[in-house]
Every structure is written in C-alpha cells, then in structure tokens.
Design a protein around this ligand. Structure first.
Ligand SMILES: [Zn+2]
Length: 378
C-alpha cells in the first residue's frame, strides 16, 4: 500500500513539475515538385503548456518523438509545402512549421513521416532553455483557448472591434454554439507587425502565414491552444491548414464565414468540398488515392463510405444533386477540387459554398469529436 502511495506521489510530482513547460520545435520544410526536405531549426524549452495533440490520421504528415526507441508522442498535421509540391514550380521554396510538444529530456529523436514514410529523423542531444522565463498568460483549465494575433493593425481598438465580430459569428455556427462556454478568446495585439503572405502561389485570395517562428515566439508568452492571424484588410481571403496555422482578413463582409471555414481545416482537418473555384493545385488528390479528410471520399460502396452511419436506407448512392435530397446525408459527386471521382456528404456545407451558414452533418460531427477529445484530454 505504502509503495503504491509513494508511486502515486512520485507520478503526481513528475506531472506537476512538467506542467507549464513545453518544447518548441521549429522545422524548415523545403523543396519543389520533385524534392522534399526538412531541417530542425529550433528546439527550445518554453514556459507554457504543449498544444493539443491531433491524434486522428487526417493529416498527411506525422510528427513523432521517440525516446529509447519507443514512440512517446505524435501529432498529425498538414503542410503548405504539400500544396506547393503539387504545383509545377521547380523553384526551391522554404516553409516554417512550429509545434509546442510535451517536454522530454534529451536525448530523443524527432521524426516526420509523410503517409507512413519517414522523411526526416534527427536525434536531439541538447535543448535551449530561456534563462529568464517571461511571465505568461496561462490557459484556463478545462477551456479551449483561441488566440487572435493582430497582423497589420496600428490601433488596438480597431483590432478588438474586428475580432469581436469574428468571435460572434464563430459562436453562431453549430456545433461551436453548443459548446459556447468552453471557448475563450485572447486578443494578442502587436502594433504594425505582419506575419502573412498576401499572394500565396500567385493567388490573391490565398493569404497564408509565412512567419510561423515569429508567431510562436509570441505564443511562448500566450498559452493558447489555437491561434488565428487576423489580417487588417478588406480583401476576401485567408487560409487554414490542419494543426499548422489559420488566418483571415477582418474587414470583408464575408470575413466571419471565411474564419469559420478556414478554422474547420485547421482545427478539425476538414477538406474543401468545392470543385468549381480556381485553385493553385495540380492533382491535390492523386487518382486512386482515398482522401484522408473525414468529409471526402472516392468510395462508392455504402459499406466503405466514411459517413455510412449517417446515410438513411432510402437515399440512393451516389445521390443525385436534386432538391429532394437537400438536407439529407448521401454521396454527392464533386469535392476536393474535382467535379468527378470525389464525393462529399451533403448538397451544401460551409466547406463548399461561399457564405453558407452551416456545416453538413459529417463536418459538424468531426468538429464535435475534436471538441470532445480536447475536453477528455484535460
Ligand atoms: Zn461538410
């Protein structure tokens, strides 16, 4: 009994001592349409909590940490590099990717795999530590904290007024509305700073976060689970990449919609259900490849469809895109930037239609699962 109590006490003390410490890992992910390389550019102990793990295999990349040959941590993510590698561009481009993971004592191995193939592996022998730990704004227990980061704002009031609108719209969508009390929002105001690329891969509406390392330096002092870069602009645009980044312009009449759409990519790994807009990708989903996202499939047999549990018996598969099936979950052709060969769950969804006010049932379920997994891990 005493032995067991001692063990419990030791376990408790170990956990207590690592609370509020995390390891910041920054990668440089670079290459072109033929080559892909990763380099570890920063490994540092920081005085905040790790970010939530993403354990569902919806991302094309997996970051893992091994200690003594055993996997002790992993998280899935997507990368802007992946999109770049599907374009015809041969110029080598670099992308930054950062993570706050649990703190492990060196030596340990950092690994990145792409669809189960290891593309990077490095043993870390030493980690940097901040000498004077900055005071941080800590997370509130049991809550999901989203940090809004100002991009291109001169006035704090202007920024606060814009994020108030984004927040209001976000909480009006199901299932977020159901969990309203779980979300807390933290404004992170920095004057006249910019972290974004306003014309990614030559596309004006594609605004992406290019200075992730700088963002993570801000987040060291603001213990948020998630962050959104809010760009002071009237233009329509933004982006969201699973477990990587999310950004949106704040002064367009559709800014609230774009935020909820992009956050769906970043937070829950949802795929784009549209197929008519111009994109920069060439074959984002190669032939015969089953998309990993929960709301897209190539399968046409009911037993193999990811959301088969939500399809009622009287709904034909594939489902004709007619009024009769509006509001029903089925198998509608068109999604993932392709009009043929990829299917989505419902006729309409915020992941498909510009300005649409709700998620389809499958996306809603995926978000709800993500929220529940975050609460259960606390
Ligand atoms: Zn959907």
């Amino acid at each position: 009994m005493i032995k067991r109590l001692t063990l419990i006490l030791v376990f408790f003390l170990i956990n207590l001592s690592i609370q509020g410490r995390a390891l910041m890992l920054c990668l440089s992910h670079f290459g072109n349409n033929k080559t892909e390389k990763i380099r570890l550019i920063e490994v540092k102990e920081v005085p905040r909590n790790p970010q939530p793990q993403f354990s569902k295999p919806y991302g094309y990349y997996k970051l893992s940490i091994e200690k003594n040959g055993k996997e002790v941590y992993f998280t899935y993510f997507n990368s802007l590099f992946y999109e770049y590698s599907t374009t015809k561009n041969e110029k080598i481009k670099k992308f930054e990717e950062c993570f706050f993971v649990p703190l492990f004592k060196p030596p340990f191995k950092v690994k990145v795999s792409k669809l189960n193939r290891v593309i990077f592996s490095k043993t870390v022998e030493k980690i940097k530590k901040e000498q004077n730990s900055p005071k941080i704004k800590t997370k509130i227990k049991g809550k999901i904290k989203i940090g809004f980061i100002a991009d291109g704002f001169a006035l704090k009031q202007d920024f606060l007024s814009d994020i108030r609108k984004l927040k209001k719209e976000f909480l009006s969508y199901k299932p977020y509305s159901k969990y309203k009390n779980l979300f807390v929002f933290e404004p992170i105001f920095v004057k006249n700073r910019t972290f974004t690329n306003k014309n990614t891969f030559g596309m004006k509406r594609y605004i992406t976060v290019s200075k992730l390392k700088e963002i993570y330096q801000l987040l060291e002092k603001n213990d948020c689970d998630f962050f959104v870069v809010v760009v002071n602009s009237k233009k329509y645009g933004g982006s969201g990449i699973l477990n990587n980044f999310c950004c949106v312009t704040s002064k367009n009449k559709l800014s609230g919609f774009v935020f909820v759409h992009e956050f769906g990519h970043y937070f829950a790994g949802l795929g784009d259900e549209y197929f008519t807009s111009k994109t920069t990708y060439n074959e984002f989903y190669p032939k015969n490849f089953e998309p990993l996202e929960p709301n897209l499939t190539r399968k046409t047999k009911l037993s193999q469809i990811k959301w088969k549990d939500l399809i009622s018996k009287d709904t034909p598969i594939p489902t004709p895109p007619v009024e009769k099936y509006k509001g029903k979950v089925g198998l509608f052709e068109g999604g993932g930037y392709l009009a043929k060969g990829i299917y989505r769950p419902q006729l309409h969804c915020i992941m498909k239609d510009r300005g649409y006010k709700s998620f389809c049932k499958v996306c809603e379920k995926a978000i709800e699962e993500r929220i529940k997994s975050l609460i259960n891990s606390r």
